[in-house]
Design a protein. Structure first.
Length: 529
């Protein structure tokens, strides 16, 4: 009964909070439509007040008409657009002259109003705007906005000319075989790279802007018929708060989509490869992109998908299955190898072959620390070297990582801080971690490894089994946009198992993605029945 009251109270509180946020958003939207004054003097005063102390906002006055008695004003941000902006005012005058009004010296404000309100601007990148807030936003997005005296509207020309990174080879996800294109910080080009691979009207795209001061443009896409409607509805509900947030990178969206923020397991994949994003869309996923970020968020992210690579489908079946098996083994070694070593040497040395046990005892002679503390020190050293290699400049970072590992490993053995077998275990663990294709999973295994080491050091093999059971229970209860995290192992989906531990020939997998979610739903209903 108390639980029922608590649920009702929580539900009513959420509804009340939601109503307040909706009312606030409604009031904000009503305030956001400030009309443009009909006199140019008032418009300029208002804009100078808004852009006070913004030294890169340029005001250029113009005069036209008989005896140049009528005024106009161009405003733009010089750090975003090309330097020569008189061309846009000349474009406006050419539109009016071509309309057979007469020479430019005869143009009057009434001619400007009549032409642009009835015909619009002829330039493809120009449009008429009617409120001051839209004009301010266009200026900050790299447009040139032209105001005319006696007209309560303005013309906005797209003129952004920022230098941007070109589409080059992916540096984060190296490619052995397959497309070498990588996404960049331009949202439109990223969408184009994916649209080039999915030439179908079923590729649906939604765009909206985040709130706050950033006004970042956010896009999410899916393939109609491939995506599960329930998953899509859950996604749209979770991403709604982003419209009122400061969003500078796709990782901001990731936390909104996570079912459990404090879980060590990532619940969304990240890629900078357009081919990987296109394949995920065909598989029923939803992708999220943010302007100014090259990262593409793929959700829902399931555990087994983090151990797969797009190149698995560009290689032959036998080779791809072998490499995938190595990844699963690498994950196991990364998480459990140090804890197994600690548990065996501390609690169950009789399980180690005699010859190997004698070799371990000889190498550990004189080591002042127990196996757990020794492993923890070496893991700490290794992770510090990894972080140093990442943060240092690229030409220096790789050299520091390699030389540092050799020097510290050799020095630790000579100083009697660590045994050679422990150096081998930690080095093998680190190398196995780097074979995981997703960086998010690499950060996950760091946490899990220390947790398993602690359990193994306190309770031995029994503690290790407890850790594995807790890990499985957590993963079994975890959801990503409503989908079980261990899919297709739990719930068991036999149709999808042919692309998990081994990759069956593509001819058995290539099929239309339409209504793919219905097959999974039918299979789940049969099990429940």
């Amino acid at each position: 009964m108390d639980l029922l009251k608590l649920f009702r109270r929580h539900h009513s509180t959420r509804s009340f909070t939601k109503d307040i946020s909706q009312d606030a958003a409604k009031q904000e939207s009503q305030k956001a439509h400030e009309p443009i004054p009909s006199t140019l003097t008032e418009s300029r005063q208002r804009l100078e007040q808004i852009f006070a102390d913004c030294k890169d906002i340029i005001f250029i006055p113009w005069h036209y008409g008989p005896d140049f008695q009528y005024e106009a004003l161009s405003i733009y941000c010089e750090t975003l657009v090309e330097p020569k902006q008189e061309n846009y005012f000349k474009t406006v005058m050419q539109d009016l002259v071509s309309y057979q009004i007469g020479p430019a010296t005869d143009i009057k404000p009434a001619d400007v109003i009549n032409f642009f309100e009835n015909h619009g601007a002829s330039a493809e990148t120009a449009h008429v705007i009617g409120d001051m807030d839209r004009a301010v936003q266009d200026i900050l997005e790299g447009n040139v906005v032209v105001f005319f005296d006696q007209w309560d509207k303005a013309l906005s020309f797209v003129a952004i000319m920022l230098q941007e990174r070109q589409v080059t080879e992916n540096l984060i996800e190296p490619v052995v075989r397959g497309p070498h294109e990588s996404t960049i910080e331009n949202l439109r080009k990223n969408i184009g790279l994916i649209r080039m691979r999915l030439k179908t009207p079923d590729f649906k795209l939604e765009l909206f802007k985040a709130g706050g001061k950033s006004n970042s443009e956010i896009a999410y896409a899916y393939v109609d018929g491939a995506v599960n409607p329930e998953t899509l509805a859950e996604f749209q509900e979770r991403i709604t708060p982003a419209k009122e947030m400061e969003v500078l990178e796709s990782s901001y969206i990731e936390e909104l989509l996570d079912e459990s923020v404090y879980s060590p397991f990532p619940q969304s994949r990240v890629t900078e490869r357009p081919d990987s994003a296109a394949a995920a869309l065909l598989d029923g996923k939803i992708i999220v992109m943010v302007s100014g970020s090259p990262s593409i968020l793929i959700c829902p992210g399931l555990f087994l998908e983090f151990l797969m690579s797009p190149e698995d489908y560009y290689q032959r079946t036998v080779f791809s299955s072998f490499i995938r098996g190595l990844r699963f083994m690498a994950f196991f070694l990364t998480v459990f190898l140090p804890s197994i070593y600690i548990g065996l040497t501390t609690f169950d040395p009789e399980l180690i072959p005699t010859v190997l046990l004698l070799a371990i005892l000889n190498t550990r002679e004189g080591i002042p620390f127990p196996a757990f503390l020794e492993a923890l020190i070496m893991v700490f050293f290794f992770e510090i070297l990894v972080e140093a290699g990442v943060r240092l400049p690229r030409p220096v970072g790789s050299a520091v990582s390699i030389v540092g590992a050799l020097v510290i490993g050799e020095a630790s053995i000579n100083a009697g801080i660590a045994s050679p077998i422990m150096v081998v275990v930690v080095a093998l663990t680190g190398i196995a971690k780097f074979s995981l294709p997703q960086y998010a999973l690499q950060t996950t295994v760091r946490t899990l490894r220390v947790f398993m080491m602690f359990l193994s050091a306190t309770l031995g093999g029994f503690g290790l089994m407890i850790g594995i059971l807790l890990l499985l229970l957590h993963m079994n209860n975890l959801r990503s946009l409503g989908q079980p995290y261990l899919t297709p192992l739990g719930p068991l989906r036999l149709r999808q198992l042919r692309d998990v531990f081994i990759r069956t020939p593509l001819i058995s997998q290539l099929r239309s993605p339409r209504n793919r979610h219905k097959h999974n739903r039918v299979a789940d209903n049969r099990k429940e029945g």
